[in-house]
Ligand binder design. Structure first.
Ligand code: ACO
Length: 324
């Protein structure tokens, strides 16, 4: 049975970078008080990128995909599986994955979206791994792409400072050499109310609240405990100790969650990739974006064991252990 090996990665951010100071001034004009000091001390976020109205989620996804395809050195028509993890698709249907396929000018193979909010990328990667191991695909394009700025209530200071837009992509190919070593996914639907966007279209009308709502402290506690358990489980599956991990690339929501997790796993801070300071929380895009940054700047190298972790609405969480 072949391994699914990561042979390329790429990422994309909108051009409009909004610092905490600029956002604070914009919110102050609406009578909403916040500050760089509050945002940095609670979350570690210093800035975020916000897509202009003419940019769709699939545009960011395609930009990241093109980088990953070039990085892998493959022809786009070699791709026989496209999975896009997103909670902010272009349309109800067709899937964002089909829009990506069309924009890349390729056809054939399977293309579909996965919706597991901030855990979406680890869900998508695990799915692609299963396709490749079963012999149902040879070359997969896996993308996390979001325009969360569209579902944020810009009058709610408790959430609007936390998110940004972006995309990250990976190419996975069938290989005899180790790639994805183990994965572990979880969901607890009974916790659906701690992080949700409940709006839906019914008979031409938006029914319910179309904005993201969150119980921040409940999410914080659940994220730390569930990610620790998932990391230990995936390491046990792969037969390694957490301290054998070269790099941890966790979902980028909050530096306090990330540092607390690193401490629980006995990983020093210099083994943890952090991009939440410059990207904010890009939901399903955060893990592949952070992975691509650390791979391109030379921190993540061939042979390294990397723990990718997602956690988010649903409630969902999971881990993928990869040998690069
Ligand atoms: N600026 C200034 N003050 C603020 C802001 C803001 N942007 N937002 C909230 N406050 C105020 C509140 O009104 C409250 O004031 P009060 O005491 O006068 O009522 C005070 O700050 C504390 O509010 P809390 O919500 O209790 O703040 P907390 O310390 O819990 O921090 C945070 C909020 C950062 C969201 C925290 O709960 C957290 O990190 N949660 C983790 C969840 C997370 O990161 N979610 C991201 C999406 S989920 C995911 O990706 C998994």
């Amino acid at each position: 049975m072949p391994f699914a090996k990561i042979t390329g990665s790429g990422s994309a951010l909108p051009t409009n970078c909004v610092s905490n100071d600029v956002l604070s001034k914009q919110l102050a004009q609406k009578g909403i008080e916040t500050s760089d000091e509050w945002i940095v001390s609670r979350t570690g976020i210093k800035q975020r990128y916000i897509a202009s109205d003419d940019i769709k989620t699939s545009d960011l996804a395609v930009q990241a995909a093109r980088c990953a395809i070039e990085d892998a050195g493959i022809a786009a028509d070699k791709i026989d599986l496209i999975i896009v993890a997103t909670s902010t698709p272009d349309y109800i249907f067709p899937s964002t994955a089909c829009m990506v396929q069309s924009k890349l000018g390729i056809a054939g193979g399977a293309a579909f979206d996965v919706q597991a909010v901030c855990s979406g990328f680890v869900y998508a990667l695990t799915t692609a791994d299963a396709y490749i191991r079963a012999g149902n695909a040879r070359c997969a394009l896996v993308i996390g792409a979001e325009t969360f700025s569209r579902i944020i209530d810009w009058n709610d200071r408790g959430t609007c400072v936390l998110f940004g837009d972006g995309a990250g992509a990976m190419i996975l190919q069938a290989s005899d050499k180790p790639g994805i070593l183990a994965s572990q996914l979880n969901a607890d639907g009974s916790l659906h109310t701690i992080l949700h966007t409940e709006g839906a279209v019914h008979h031409g009308q938006v029914v319910g609240d179309p904005f993201l709502r969150m119980d921040g402290q409940a999410v914080f506690k659940k994220a730390v405990t569930s990610l620790e358990a998932s990391a230990l489980a995936v390491c046990e599956k792969a037969g390694i100790a957490p301290t054998d991990i070269d790099w941890m690339v966790p979902h980028q929501a909050n530096v306090r969650i990330i540092h607390s997790l690193g401490r629980k796993l006995g990983l020093s801070e210099d083994k943890v990739v952090i991009t939440v300071d410059s990207h904010a929380n890009t939901s399903a895009a955060s893990v592949p974006l952070a992975f691509d940054v650390a791979r391109k700047d030379g921190r993540i190298q061939a042979g390294h064991k990397v723990l990718l972790q997602g956690v988010g609405g649903g409630f969902t969480w999971g881990s993928v252990l990869v040998q690069v």
